[in-house]
Design a protein around this ligand. Structure first.
Ligand code: GLA
Length: 398
């Protein structure tokens, strides 16, 4: 059992005076490719991270959601009756919003006590928000016997509740990639998600270690936040372009139709946004093919193209991300790109084992030369989705 699960259980008992019913956990994610495509009805290809958020939980017989955040050393509570857009604010909104969304959907949920702790870096573009939503939602499902973790189909229901919390209560207009990854990814696989067809999924084997490679995350430590206006502005660009082109979603436009679509748009910015979305969806499809054929040179090349498109056409990169990507490539990475929403956060790099040290050193040196806060670089693998963590009774009361 994870040390963090143990810590959550122990601290729950100290804080609330009785042992928790159980511990639930949900992972952060990195998206391998398919960025800013989810809300356009396109393809995404995330993996779940080994890093996860743990929630030790017990039911209450009233409607209060009470949470002790061990990492922030804070406690907060709210009645489910008071949950509304923007209320409660801060991290409690993700937790209470998810429970609220389940109740809105007709599930018989009540209040609960939670103690949470996490090793998903916060504000790093690795979906710490989806991890806390998934852990809280999984806990509610377990405590109130909703069975939402029992099958992939029932997990879809929980994805919707987590996303509703984020969109409606927290106020981040995100597209569903993060929650789908946290709840539906499988170990040693990337998850191809088709947001143009009800988020249907296909599991793509992803085990780079077996090919002498590592996937590095480079957390630039330049904070990103999705509630600020830039993410919403990109969505608005896409909606406007779709209206002008007479499609419900930009993902409906094929690469063959792209030149004609671009010629019909009046505005240069909208043209760039559409070009990113359509080409990124095509790259995601190509990346799946390359992975299935073990062609990692091609995967790396697609990472590089994706980064250029996000930087130049979608304009969501940052100097910290561009430098990390350039340094990694210069030191031997097969490819590198920003991952997640952008405007700071993390990059990923696909690196031969023999070049690992050189890549880490190159990133460190590049940041040092600019006197930036050092980036945090670590290898990840495709881990499993949100679930209940086996914690033995003896460990809970230890
Ligand atoms: C954030 C959002 C996702 C997705 C990505 C960009 O992570 O939460 O829904 O839009 O940005 O691909």
């Amino acid at each position: 059992m994870s040390q963090l699960a143990h810590t959550a259980a122990q601290r729950f008992e100290q804080i609330f005076g009785h042992a928790p019913t159980g511990v639930w956990a949900a992972p952060g994610r990195v998206n391998l490719i398919g960025e800013h495509t989810d809300y356009n009805g396109g393809l995404c290809l995330p993996i779940a991270l080994p890093q996860r958020t743990y929630a030790a939980a017990g039911p209450r017989d009233d409607d209060i959601v009470r949470v002790a955040s061990l990492d922030f050393d804070e406690q907060a509570e709210v009645s489910l009756d008071d949950v509304a857009p923007g209320v409660p604010g801060g991290w409690l909104g993700y937790v209470a919003g998810t429970i609220w969304a389940l109740r809105e959907r007709g599930f018989a949920v009540h209040g609960l006590d939670l103690a949470t702790t996490s090793d998903v870096p916060i504000g790093a573009g690795l979906s710490s928000s989806a991890a806390i939503e998934g852990a809280a939602g999984g806990a509610a499902s377990g405590l109130f016997n909703l069975g939402l973790l029992d099958s992939d189909a029932s997990r879809v229901t929980l994805v919707d509740a987590c996303r509703r919390a984020e969109n409606h209560i927290v106020g981040a207009p995100t597209g569903g990639l993060d929650q789908t990854a946290s709840l539906r990814c499988l170990p040693r696989h990337a998850l191809l998600i088709d947001f143009g067809h009800d988020a249907r999924v296909r599991q793509i084997p992803f085990d780079v270690a077996a090919h002498g490679l590592r996937l590095l995350v480079i957390d630039t430590r330049a904070k990103h936040a999705l509630v600020d206006g830039q993410y919403a502005a990109r969505r608005a660009n896409c909606e406007q372009a779709a209206r002008e082109l007479g499609v419900d979603l930009l993902g409906r436009i094929t690469p063959e139709q792209l030149p004609d679509a671009l010629s019909r748009l009046s505005d240069q910015t909208l043209r760039r946004r559409v070009r990113h979305v359509v080409t990124e969806i095509a790259r995601t499809r190509q990346c799946c093919d390359a992975l299935e054929h073990g062609d990692f040179q091609q995967v790396g090349e697609l990472f590089n193209q994706s980064h250029a498109s996000l930087r130049d056409d979608y304009e969501v990169s940052s100097p910290e991300l561009d430098l990390a990507v350039a340094a990694a490539r210069g030191a031997g990475a097969l490819g590198a790109r920003m991952t997640g929403g952008g405007f700071g956060g993390s990059a990923i790099a696909l690196v031969p084992v023999a070049a690992l040290d050189a890549v880490k050193r190159a990133v460190a040196d590049a940041y040092l030369a600019r006197e930036w806060t050092p980036a945090h670089v670590f290898a990840v693998h495709a881990a499993g989705p949100a679930d209940r963590v086996a914690v033995h009774e003896a460990q809970l009361v230890e």
